[in-house]
Design a protein around this ligand. Structure first.
Ligand code: T3D
Length: 261
């Protein structure tokens, strides 16, 4: 598939999606929402892809909804419908993708882009990156999954503070709050993200995906429900090639050769 607003590259089991409207700080117009959703779908279908990295071209990760497009389309649809047909599909596609997604947050993530960053599984931020819930600056509430994801990660008090102040939270504070997994020098971000992605792409992809499914499911259940779900999902993992290979490799004192299945 070819895309115009994003770059999509696959190398050694890793798909890299680069948001590519740098002149608008990678703001999302409708085409970019659709293409990013399609790219994650493509990554899910392609067995050769075992890890996905999403990043931005230029100085920003993304400035969220393209506000010029926002004004133009006001006659055609409501914000609610726009969210349902656009960002909701993207966020669900990411959350349901049973392969690890690394967010390589290269600069500011604002508005809906914070939701997209939060829908990645591991966030590595450049030391120059920041997170801004820009919504309240234009009289909106957070969307794109932010109200669900952010309080779970950093707690309601900090999430609400971010929402109503629209302050830019710098990478080091994001790390202290648990919003990102690592902060690295900006010049090394692409290399560090690629190395981490490469190592994940050589891992037991099925187990990684099932772990994501079990952890997401656990939000919606009590402990007995979560224990039962773990047992069900572990049965699937326990029938995999990679489980057999992992155990054999341990007993034979050699490195495991996972196939991702
Ligand atoms: O529609 C729905 O479904 C509802 C969904 C809403 C979701 C949302 O995301 S709402 C929030 C939308 N985003 C924002 O409100 C952020 C707007 N941008 C900014 O506040 C600032 O640009 C930043 C703080 C992100 C960065 O500031 P700065 O000073 O580093 O850069 P800048 O000069 O403001 O931006 C550079 C250019 O990008 C500039 O264009 P120009 O003047 O050089 O031609 C600017 O207009 C453009 N740009 C930046 N963000 C957007 C944008 N153009 C359109 N939409 C943007 N979001």
């Amino acid at each position: 598939m070819s895309y115009e607003t994003i770059l999509f590259e696959v190398q050694a089991g890793v798909a890299t999606i680069t948001l590519n409207r740098p002149q608008k700080l990678n703001a999302f117009n409708d085409q970019m929402i659709d293409e990013t959703t399609a790219a994650f779908k493509q990554a899910g279908r392609d067995k050769e892809i075992r890890c996905v990295v999403i990043t931005g071209n230029g100085r920003a990760f993304s400035s969220g909804q393209d506000l010029s497009a926002f004004t133009e389309r006001a006659h055609e649809t409501t914000i609610g419908e726009h969210l349902r047909h656009g960002y909701h599909k993207l966020i669900k596609q990411m959350m349901q993708l049973e392969k690890p997604i690394i967010g390589a947050i290269n600069g500011i993530a604002a508005g809906a882009a914070v939701g997209i960053a939060l829908a990645t599984d591991i966030r590595i931020a450049a030391d120059s990156a920041s997170f801004m819930l820009a919504f309240s600056k234009i009289g909106l509430i957070p969307d794109s999954g932010v109200n669900w994801l952010l309080p779970r990660l950093i707690g309601q008090a900090r999430a609400y503070e971010m929402a109503i102040t629209a302050d830019q939270i710098p990478a080091d504070q994001a790390l202290a709050w648990g919003l990102v997994n690592r902060v690295v020098p900006a010049g090394q971000l692409a290399e560090i993200a690629a190395a981490w992605a490469g190592s994940l792409a050589a891992g037991p992809t099925l187990a990684f995906g099932l772990t994501k499914r079990a952890m997401n499911q656990a939000w919606n259940t009590d402990l007995p429900g979560a224990l039962e779900y773990e047992a069900l999902v572990q049965e699937i993992a326990g029938r995999s090639h990679d489980n057999q290979e992992g155990v054999a490799a341990f007993l034979e004192k050699r490195a495991a050769q996972f196939k991702g299945e």
